[in-house]
Design a protein around this ligand. Structure first.
Ligand SMILES: Cc1cc2nc3c(=O)[nH]c(=O)nc-3n(C[C@H](O)[C@H](O)[C@H](O)COP(=O)(O)OP(=O)(O)OC[C@H]3O[C@@H](n4cnc5c(N)ncnc54)[C@H](O)[C@@H]3O)c2cc1C
Length: 471
């Protein structure tokens, strides 16, 4: 193994980018291979009629510490500020065309109360639930807080089973639990593994008071992740090859087993490697992992996928002052004001709203016109000012395989960063991070893969003399 080894990272999503940067920081020579013409993986942007859209609204919480530190490394954390204090308005439309929606809040107390007391005041005054439901909810939350995340049995039942066992009526599931479960795990409570849901609630809401302050990008995702990452990798002396699809990880006999020697690309070229980080989605990993990497590598496909659909609406005027809101008993799950990210002139009158539909099994196959009609018909029920506004444009984006499908039983399918081949590591939101498929999970996995290679001696501490090359 060479002292300053050549690490080939396959996949230019957040996992691959964070792995590449961590390897460069560790002193390795790095080549990053991305099959598509662009970096960023599941976070990408496009232009339409002079405005910039993302493939889907991406949100993180203050507890996403590795993701935040990744943004800091890229120099873009200021573009994705966190709320000073969790505040989520929850809007339930009035019946029919009628009056304004009912407004409830999920928010962190102004007082410096420890978790979970920081939410107690807001829950007790939460108008979308009967008082008896609110009290039962507190009891179930207390039980969830005690769950041991390393207990594998948590992955044998659904979160819905747990909620039913702890007296949560369907109203409480809809009006509270689902508001958190659906956007964070990309599945409904009835479907998602209790283990993944418990991770979300413990880490996000029940352990630290400030953990669930919400953050999202005020710039297109490409400017938050892909572009600054490419610049940083260039400055650190790394090489990026796009339209470079890996078709085989090559191995050779080594000691009792095999070692990775390089990567074969679709165009027939071959890149030699001292080590490889495979940072592709789980389906692609199942195809690319060589024999010896993992006994169950073919089973990775059983992780399945869960879709996300977004409907983004351009209005001719400002229709809401909320920068984020959740809809209840509404086809709108979450809506974000992304006027700034779209590049709308702040002096201009319009507003761009992104409606995010997680766990979008029902919506993914629907025609764009149907989705647009439903959402633009609903937004005025949530935001009465929209009744007088004109819709200038609407864009539907669909991601069929936005995340893996975190059903009970999926924990056993996730592994990594180590594989059965010492100089091959895996990264990706699907790997065994304990997190649902999130940007945080992706960054954690990439950094964990780089650390695991470091332990092998492929990476060296950054030599003092090493300089960043300005490109
Ligand atoms: C619409 C949508 C909304 C989401 N919302 C949120 C959110 O609000 N919060 C959150 O935290 N997460 C969210 N996610 C999930 C999050 O985006 C992903 O979990 C994360 O970005 C995955 O990163 P990754 O690097 O593991 O995988 P990917 O981003 O999928 O990257 C893998 C890369 O590997 C490349 N690749 C594949 N095969 C090959 C090959 N053979 N050779 C070379 N390259 C290859 C792919 O082209 C891709 O660029 C959302 C995802 C979507 C799609």
């Amino acid at each position: 193994m060479s002292a300053s080894g050549h690490v080939v990272v396959v996949g230019g999503g957040l996992a691959g980018l964070s792995a590449a940067i961590a390897c460069l920081d560790g002193g390795a020579r790095v080549t990053l291979l991305e099959g598509r013409p662009r970096l960023g993986g599941a976070t990408w942007s496009f232009e339409r009629r002079g405005l910039e859209f993302d493939n889907g609204q991406h949100v993180h919480l203050r507890c996403c510490t590795e993701y935040r530190s990744f943004l800091e490394r890229l120099g873009t954390s200021h573009l994705a500020p966190l709320q000073a204090r969790l505040a989520l308005p929850v809007l339930r439309p009035a019946p029919g065309e009628g009056g304004p929606p009912a407004l409830g809040w999920i928010r962190r107390s102004r007082l410096p109360l420890p978790a979970p007391l920081h939410l107690a005041g807001s829950l007790l005054s939460y108008r979308h639930l009967a008082l008896s439901d609110r009290l039962r909810l507190l009891r179930a939350a207390a039980r969830l807080r005690l769950a041991r995340l390393d207990d594998e049995r948590l992955d044998s039942v659904s979160f819905g089973d747990f909620l039913a066992r702890h007296g949560q009526r369907p109203e409480a599931v809809r009006a509270m639990w689902e508001l958190i479960t659906l956007p964070t795990t990309n599945l409904r409570s009835a479907d998602v593994s209790l283990g993944l849901a418990a991770k979300v609630f413990q880490t996000g809401l029940l352990t630290r008071a400030d953990a669930a302050d919400i953050g999202w990008s005020k710039a297109p995702l490409a400017r938050l992740h892909a572009e600054p990452a490419a610049r940083l990798i260039g400055r650190l002396g790394g090489e990026i090859l796009t339209r470079a699809k890996a078709v085989r990880i090559e191995t050779a006999p080594f000691e009792e087993g095999v070692e990775v020697t390089g990567v074969l690309l679709e165009d027939g070229s071959r890149i030699g490697a001292d080590a490889v980080v495979l940072a592709v989605p789980h389906g692609a990993a199942a195809d690319l992992l060589p024999p010896g990497a993992h006994p169950e590598r073919g089973s990775l496909r059983a992780l399945g996928s869960s879709p996300v659909v977004n409907v983004q609406v351009v209005y001719d005027r400002k229709v809401t002052a909320f920068s984020v809101a959740a809809g209840l008993d509404s086809p709108v799950q979450f809506v974000f004001d992304r006027s700034a990210a779209a590049g709308l002139d702040p002096a201009a009158a319009g507003q761009v709203l992104a409606v995010s539909l997680s766990g979008g099994d029902a919506e993914i196959g629907e025609r764009a016109e149907v989705l647009v009609e439903r959402i633009t018909g609903e937004l005025p029920r949530l935001f009465p000012s929209a009744r007088r506004a004109e819709v200038l444009d609407a864009v539907v984006t669909r991601e069929h395989e936005a995340t893996f499908r975190g059903l009970p039983g999926t924990r056993a399918l996730r592994f990594g960063p180590a594989t059965g081949i010492a100089n091959l590591k895996v990264a990706g939101a699907w790997t065994d991070t304990g997190w649902p498929a999130t940007m945080e999970g992706a960054v954690r996995s990439g950094r964990a893969a780089a650390r695991a290679l470091g332990a092998l001696g492929h990476l060296l501490p950054k030599p003092a003399a090493r300089k960043e090359v300005v490109v």
